[in-house]
Ligand binder design. Structure first.
Ligand code: ADP
Ligand code: MN
Length: 260
């Protein structure tokens, strides 16, 4: 019972935009006390001004909208929160070991999730600084990443998966495909990263421009499995875009991305 009281108090401290109790109920159900404390810290530091609604509830993470403030400027935020309890630690291992940026001998099982969050943040930063279209990362703390919200009026822009049949109505698909290739090439050659979970689910369309999201599992190009991840990413793209009449062979695509 004490727990519930403490959680109620934390929820009071977090400014939740929706006045109704529904949002509050969702927050209470989704977050454990530690996560609420982390969110509270991010509001106390001024980053989160007010928490908004749920954008997505995934297997490992939930994404929320928030009004944010970055360097004194209003910014709509995507707040990506990894679930501490139910996250799939084993899958994470494969992408973390072999990444020379992290000394995994020093990371306990409990901290694995925090290392993952740091990795997602650093991947986004690397990609963003290389000029790849990704949401601008702002900060991270424990199991929470704050980044630019790709959307309007608190609603996220659609993924190309969500657009499906409409894709060819809202945009020039050939042009889109070549923009994706351009950013993928920049990601590989300049940021020296392989996304490793690239598919129609992780490409968002903003004003006809593709943005890559969900970069937690991205690895450096010298990771021992980087090539097989890249191959999987490229095959996903070819499969998705073949439905729109785009025909490029895997060999052509990989050599154009790698430039060899
Ligand atoms: P998951 O691991 O659950 O797939 P994602 O990072 O792909 O996590 O996010 C899940 C969903 O949340 C996305 O499909 C997208 O709709 C939304 N989303 C994620 N990041 C952003 C963002 N920066 N801006 C707007 N919406 C986002
Ligand atoms: Mn995703």
């Amino acid at each position: 019972m004490k727990d519930i009281k403490r959680i109620e108090k934390l929820l009071d401290q977090l400014r939740i935009k929706e006045k109704d109790s529904e949002a509050r109920k969702i927050f209470a159900e989704v977050f454990d006390e530690r996560t609420l404390k982390t969110l509270y810290k991010l509001s106390a530091k001024g980053y989160i001004q007010a928490l908004g609604g749920v954008v997505s509830t995934g297997k490992e993470a939930n994404v929320f909208y928030a009004d944010g403030s970055i360097n004194g400027e209003f910014k709509p935020l995507a707040v990506k929160i990894y679930r501490i309890e139910t996250s799939e630690f084993f899958k994470m291992d494969e992408y973390l070991f072999g990444d020379r940026r992290f000394d995994m001998r020093r990371v306990s099982k409990k901290e694995l999730i925090f290392t993952w969050v740091e990795k997602e943040f650093r991947n986004l930063e690397r990609a963003f600084n290389a000029g790849v279209n990704v949401p601008e990362p702002y900060t991270y703390l424990k199991n929470v990443v704050l980044m630019e919200f790709l959307g309007e009026d608190e609603r996220p822009y659609p993924t190309i998966f969500e657009l499906k049949r409409d894709l060819s109505e809202v945009t020039d698909v050939e042009e889109l495909y070549s923009r994706i290739k351009e950013h993928l090439t920049r990601l590989y050659r300049k940021a020296e990263l392989v996304h490793a979970d690239l598919s129609e689910y992780n490409i968002v369309l903003k004003d006809n421009d593709p943005y890559f999201i969900d970069m937690g599992q991205a690895v450096l190009t010298d990771h021992p499995l980087a090539n097989s991840y890249l191959e999987r990413d490229l095959r996903n793209l070819i499969r998705f875009f073949s439905r729109y009449g785009i025909k490029e062979s895997f060999e052509e695509l990989i050599s154009s991305v790698k430039g060899d």
